[in-house]
Design a protein around this ligand. Structure first.
Ligand code: ATP
Length: 208
């Protein structure tokens, strides 16, 4: 499968009158892990949102496979989110009133259950039929990762994936994200976790 290429071209982000970064250019390819690092408030999540086409940059552009993705019509952007992108954000979009199983596959179809169960088990979440509401914050984070692995995106956007996890789970989440890159995905990770950032192929440091 051909790897995806995401580039930032002279990117600037200004939010609430504050310039977070400017003239940011880089290219990243499928198979790579890219850590977005910097102090709290430096703009890591803002950059992740730009790279995931969730926001428009103040200046510059995001290129996906050489196309200016900021000028894509909504339909094309949605197709990208549906077919290529997978997001692991802090709240992870967990649906409290649904089972863990449903939260992974987002369908009640029986045929998807085995795969969803496989990822739940991998992440130490055995109670597949319980409602997600009973989970702790760290467990919800892992549930979000199970959903991400189930979806298998070509570009992964992870915002602080190891925050509020214990050492064993930090290691598990780190290994699983790195594995996605080994399997050909491009993995962007906004993080304060030095151990995780060090394991990434590239580090983009904001606020310096
Ligand atoms: N929509 C917005 N309107 C105004 N200010 C915003 C908006 N979005 C973000 N900011 C501000 O921009 C700055 C960067 O936020 P961002 O969440 O990108 O930082 P971060 O590096 O991810 O921080 P943290 O490590 O604390 O998560 C912060 O000061 C934040 O308050």
């Amino acid at each position: 499968m051909q790897g995806i290429i995401v580039s930032a071209d002279q990117l600037a982000a200004q939010v609430g009158g504050k310039l977070l970064f400017q003239n940011l250019s880089f290219q990243a390819n499928g198979g790579q892990t890219v850590a977005l690092i910097g102090q709290s408030g430096a703009g890591k999540t803002t950059l992740l949102n730009l790279l995931g086409l969730l926001d428009q940059p103040s200046k510059g552009k995001i290129l996906i496979n050489g196309e200016n993705a900021n000028s894509w019509p909504a339909r094309k952007r949605e197709k990208f989110w549906r077919e290529k992108a997978a997001f692991l954000y802090q709240d992870a979009g967990i649906i409290d009133g649904e089972s863990l199983l449903y939260n992974v596959s987002l369908t009640k179809a029986k045929k998807s259950q085995d795969q969803a169960l496989h990822y739940l088990k991998m992440l130490g979440l055995a109670q597949a039929h319980e409602k997600a509401a009973v989970l702790s914050g760290g467990e919800k984070r892992r549930l979000g990762l199970a959903r991400l692995l189930y979806k298998g995106g070509r570009v992964i956007y992870a915002d602080e994936p190891t925050a509020s996890l214990d050492a064993a789970n930090r290691q598990l989440v780190t290994d699983l994200l790195l594995k996605q890159a080994q399997a050909g995905a491009l993995v962007f990770i906004a993080t304060h976790d030095d151990a995780l950032a060090k394991k990434c192929d590239t580090r983009i440091c904001l606020g310096e």
